[in-house]
Design a protein around this ligand. Sequence first.
Ligand SMILES: [Cu+2]
Length: 121
Amino acid sequence: MRQVLLAVAAVAALASWPQGSATPPAVREVEVVAEKFKFTPERIEVNQGDLVRVTVRSADVTHGWEIKAFDVDAYARKGGRPETVEFVADRAGSFEITCSEYCGRGHKRMKGVLVVNPGGR
Ligand SMILES: [Cu+2]
């Protein structure tokens, strides 16, 4: 019974997707490890329109994983639980990822990049 309900929900979701869009947004899940002084992976590549779900955890001290262009900032607490942020990559281009929590002498060079490939929407 539960599976039937899920199937109905999926059909309803597809039916409500605006006409003219070829496909619903793909969900891209990425797990990021933050440590002094790098993010792994450093580079994340998605397609324009993707729903990007990023889970960040720290391997040492407290870090942040921030993309100012998309107004997202995941707080990776020291010894704490992972934090997940979600955003739609609605613009193509290369966007800088920075650490938003001061974590030591290498903090400023703790960077990554989000590459959003242009889509046809
Ligand atoms: Cu930092």
